[in-house]
Design a binder for this molecule. Structure first.
Ligand code: GLC
Ligand code: CA
Length: 555
């Protein structure tokens, strides 16, 4: 496999609104990010993905962009952004922005012009489609609930929005739209950006017949993903996007790709793939409920382990996937994937180890490195997220009590990951001197950076050692390029694999079970590289793992 500059990088996702507020308005900002570059450098981070910071009405927290060429005032100025680029570069770190080009904001100039003249050229930037029998053109349900069609005032047309109605979908069939988007992408890359995380990209190809599907819910609608899964042709757009932009800059790209067709991995991340990498969402998909969050089944350990290993195997000959335990759209990984008896520092170090040493590009989401957890909200009003409000209603409509619906939100809400970063045990966790836009998790007194920095045994210090091991001169080759071979799969609750190449073989073994477990080593242990528990770890040819124990052994 041809080697690329980004193969050995460790990435960190910043959710800017919740990272660090430096002017007391309760909203994180670019100054805050700049001031924490050294913190991230010390953690071992090479690449920073920042969720959208473009001008936006923030209906969907910046994923509704009203000007692709402007920084949202809430976050700062373009000068500050340039300073961020420069400061990152000085530290040998790369900045990756979010690229949201399936849709824009309804406040974007293009959409405003389209509304003003629904027969004019700007209407062609979107999908303005005639209704059928006085109703929407099809029965698609948008990702955030309700019809994916909204009527265009004063006409018999509707416009398509796969997400909120304030996020009209851009018409990729229109070459002018593509050209304008490519121009914008190049403008940012010319500035010195390392690349992009590419939002919701599978949705850019529509079936222009817009046929309805069998309803799949009491609302009489069918999930819009049905159209996405049935239509062909996204590859043509993506190949053009790459050719016209990323390729010219040797940019790093990571796609947010759900609903990919069977066997399409090669087209996405292979040698000539559309992107450098895509996220492996296998674990996240496990808790997609049949009808919504309310009927999601708890994740079974065996399923979790097996989807991860399946993805590892699939990617091996093809390219790299990016591994996460959480992001801004998901609850906290420690709350979600760790059994309750492991929801402690030891467990958090364990899941960090089994995830970060997988083959692929690790992405750490802000706060993960200190073990931030889901946040209990007192009422639905404490949530901000548009998706959470919809899912709460879906649960109530399905007959759940308010308490049960709130519980579903506590388990699944995107706001679990969006509560402010916990920097210290000062007021508002040191995130802001004002009122935070979203409540701070009350557990900040126990879980915060200040307490963990430099404290031996803390989750944060463990993350540093773990990342340093992955990047160390001697082991880097095997952790980056070695294959991932599952082992001890017959053992209940054991998550174990080898990372190996011709000359090195490393065992990563973790016990997610409640009882201790003894594993017989295949060959003698040469060296213990890392573990989250005190000696002894290996006795003779056996390794003894207590509940929530993880060990990394060179064989
Ligand atoms: C992606 C983003 C999510 C956003 C959606 C619409 O899934 O990660 O936060 O709501 O796209 O842009
Ligand atoms: Ca601020």
């Amino acid at each position: 496999m041809e080697r690329k500059w980004w193969h050995d990088k460790v990435a960190y996702q910043i959710y800017p609104k919740s990272f660090l507020d430096t002017n007391g308005d309760g909203i994180g900002d670019l100054r805050g990010i700049i001031s924490k570059l050294d913190y991230l450098k010390a953690l071992g981070i090479d690449m920073i993905w920042i969720s959208p910071i473009y001008k936006s009405p923030f209906v969907d927290q910046g994923y509704d962009i009203s000007d692709y060429y402007a920084i949202a005032e809430e976050f700062g100025t373009m000068e500050e952004f340039d300073e961020l680029l420069l400061e990152a570069k000085r530290r040998d770190m790369h900045i990756v922005m979010d690229l949201v080009i399936n849709h824009c904001s309804d406040k974007h100039e293009w959409f405003q012009k389209a509304l003003a003249d629904p027969e004019g050229e700007y209407a062609e930037y979107f999908y303005f489609v005639k209704g059928k029998d006085g109703k929407a053109p099809s029965n698609y349900r948008s990702y955030f609930g309700g019809s994916a069609w909204e009527s265009v005032p004063g006409t018999d047309k509707y416009y398509l929005h796969m997400f909120a109605k304030e996020q009209p979908d851009l018409n990729w069939e229109n070459p002018v739209v593509r050209e304008k988007l490519f121009e914008m992408v190049n403008w940012w890359l010319d500035k010195g950006l390392a690349g992009f995380r590419i939002d919701a990209i599978i949705n850019i190809k529509k079936d222009l017949e817009f046929k309805s599907f069998e309803p799949d819910g009491p609302d009489g609608l069918a999930m819009c993903t049905k159209m996405v899964e049935s239509v062909e042709g996204v590859d043509k757009f993506l190949a053009e996007l790459k050719r016209e932009t990323f390729e010219k800059h040797d940019a790093f790209t990571v796609g947010e790709v759900f609903n990919m067709k069977e066997g399409a991995l090669e087209t996405f991340v292979g040698k000539d793939g559309h992107f450098s990498t895509i996220f492996d969402f296998g674990p996240q998909i496990l808790s997609f409920g049949g009808h919504g969050w309310y009927d999601a089944e708890p994740i079974k350990f065996e399923d979790w382990r097996s989807v991860i290993f399946k993805a590892q195997k699939e990617a091996e000959e093809i390219g790299f996937e990016a591994n996460i335990i959480e992001n801004h759209d998901e609850p906290r990984g420690a709350s979600r994937f760790l059994p309750e008896y492991c929801q402690n520092d030891m467990g958090k170090k364990m899941i960090a180890t089994t995830s970060i040493l997988l083959r692929g590009i690790p992405f750490i989401f802000q706060g993960q490195e200190i073990g931030m957890m889901n946040c209990k909200m007192e009422s639905i009003d404490e949530y901000d997220d548009i998706n959470t409000k919809d899912q709460y209603q879906v649960a109530l409509d399905a007959g759940l009590s308010e308490e049960e619906a709130m519980h579903a939100c506590y388990k699944h809400s995107r706001d679990n990951a969006r509560t402010p970063m916990q920097w210290s045990d000062d007021v508002q966790a040191g995130f802001t001197s004002g009122t935070p836009w979203l409540k701070v998790n009350p557990n900040y007194k126990e879980i915060n950076v200040k307490d963990q920095e430099g404290r031996e045994g803390s989750v944060l210090e463990y993350y540093k050692r773990l990342i340093a091991l992955r990047k160390s001169e001697y082991y880097k080759e095997v952790f980056v390029y070695g294959s991932c071979v599952p082992v001890y799969e017959d053992k209940d609750m054991i998550f174990a694999y080898y990372r190996q190449n011709e000359t090195q073989k490393i065992l990563i073994a973790a016990n997610y079970g409640e009882e201790a477990c003894t594993l017989k080593l295949e060959s003698p242990a040469k060296k213990i590289l890392l573990s989250n528990f005190p000696e002894p770890k290996v006795q003779g040819d056996e390794v003894i793992l207590a509940s929530a124990a993880v060990v990394v052994i060179e064989l």
